[in-house]
Each structure stands twice: as C-alpha cells, then as structure tokens.
Design a protein around this ligand. Structure first.
Ligand code: OMP
Length: 234
C-alpha cells in the first residue's frame, strides 16, 4: 500500500470550519484536497494556510482548456507548491503534453500531474447521453491510454477500474480513486463506488474521501476508522 493513501476532500464553503477540521487531523495520517469550491472562495491564501500546517495538498481544479491555457494554469499550480494537481484527459493528448511540458522546469519540485478519466458520478447511462456508447471502464481505459502516452503520473478513475488499469499500465502509473464509500455510508451523487479496503486491494494508490469524513458527526473518528480498516482488512 502507498504511504498515506487517504486524501481527505475538503468541500467546505466556510474556511473556519475547514481549518477547525484540519487542525484536528494529523498530517502523518492523511493528505488533503481542495477543489473548485474552496479555491474559488479562498484562493492561494488557503493553500498557504494548509501548507503551514504541513499537509500535502492535492489542488483539484480539473483544468480543461486549450493547451496554452492549461500549461499556464498547471505552472501556476506548481508555483503554489502543491503535491498534486489535475487536468481532464478529455482535453486531449496535446493539452496533456503541454501541461506535462510546463512542469519540466520544476524538476523534483513539480507536483504530480494526473488526468481525470470518467467522473465517478457518471454511469454507463450518463455516458450514453453524451454519445459514448461503451461501458464506463472502456472509456476510462481509452482516456488512461492517452494520459499514459502524454507522460502524466497517473489518472483519476473509480476503484472499479483500478485492477484493469494497474495490470495495463503497471505499478508506477498512479491511480487516484474518489467514489470511496465505507460500508453502509450514503453514496450521494457517486455512482461507481467501492469501500476503502476493497479499493486498496484492487490497486488504488490514493483514496479521495470527502463526505464520509467531513459530514460525519465526528470527522476525526470517521478518518481514524477508515485508517484502521486499511491496516486490518487489506
Ligand atoms: O478529481 C476528483 O477529485 C474527483 C474526480 C471524480 O471522478 N470524482 C470525484 O468525486 N472527484 C472529487 O472527489 C471528491 C469526492 O467527495 P465525496 O463524494 O464527498 O467523497 C469530490 O471533491 C470530487 O470533486
């Protein structure tokens, strides 16, 4: 299992609440993710606040634009010193190559760059409405091939595709899997889900987990329970 596989997704509209939670968490137990909501509300200052607390940060802005724009956005993310950032693989090979090239000058300080394949909230039926008439796993594989070709560090996918992708692309291609739901917790808007121990067992490197922790009555207890389930059940 990867060192510190749990990435807590902080989707809060209130910075004080988010910092209260962060201050209860141990950077040795998890990494953190902020996305479009928190970055739009609180910007680079929040990134600094999180770094000052010694957490690795995944800046999840899912860039998807023309290659030049995405390259500059990814560079701006690298300037913030984040641990990981992402683009949408559906932006295409040239866009992903431009993003990768933009990080070359950062050397070992470059963030991990990964690409979102098919969002975990999407089902085969949702894809069909977009004119994509193949099962989600096939489209994920197609987008992961492009991502691998572009030289990125890995993909965001659901844990349901992890086994296929690990066996196709090997150990070093990182699989970041949201849509993680401990047994018995509410799926919400997620469709392609798996429990934390199952996800690790099939090859996920990082588990992105939001509401099962942040909306729990006791978020620290929820995180600790997931952490322990990985130690005992995997
Ligand atoms: O890139 C992501 O992190 C992401 C990709 C994806 O396919 N599905 C997905 O849920 N996410 C993010 O992962 C987090 C999941 O949160 P919960 O559903 O609350 O556990 C959210 O912050 C989403 O934005």
């Amino acid at each position: 299992m990867t060192d510190k596989p749990i990435v807590v997704a902080l989707d809060y509209d209130n910075k004080a609440d988010a910092l209260t939670l962060i201050d209860k968490l141990d950077p040795a137990m998890c990494r953190l993710k902020i996305g479009k909501e928190m970055f739009t509300l609180f910007g680079p200052t929040l990134v600094k606040d999180i770094h000052n607390r010694n957490f690795d940060l995944f800046l999840d802005l899912k860039f998807h634009d023309i290659p030049n724009t995405v390259a500059k956005a990814v560079s701006a993310a690298a300037d913030l010193g984040v641990w990981m950032t992402n683009v949408h693989a559906s932006g295409g090979l040239a866009m992903m190559q431009a993003a990768k090239n933009a990080l070359a000058s950062y050397g070992k300080d470059a963030p991990l760059l990964i690409a979102v394949t098919v969002l975990t909230s999407m089902s085969d039926e949702d894809l069909a409405l977009l004119g994509i008439n193949v099962p989600a796993f096939e489209h994920v594989l197609r987008l992961a091939k492009l991502t691998h070709q572009a030289g990125l560090d890995g993909v965001v996918c659901s844990a349901q595709e992890a086994k296929l992708l690990k066996s196709t692309f090997g150990e070093t291609f990182k699989l970041v899997t949201p849509g993680i739901r401990p047994a018995g917790s509410d799926a919400g808007d997620q469709h392609r889900i798996m429990t934390p121990p199952q996800a690790i067992a099939v090859g996920s490197d990082y588990l992105v987990i939001g509401r099962p922790i942040t909306k729990a009555v006791d978020p620290l207890a929820a995180l600790t329970a997931i952490h322990q389930s990985l130690q005992t059940e995997v």
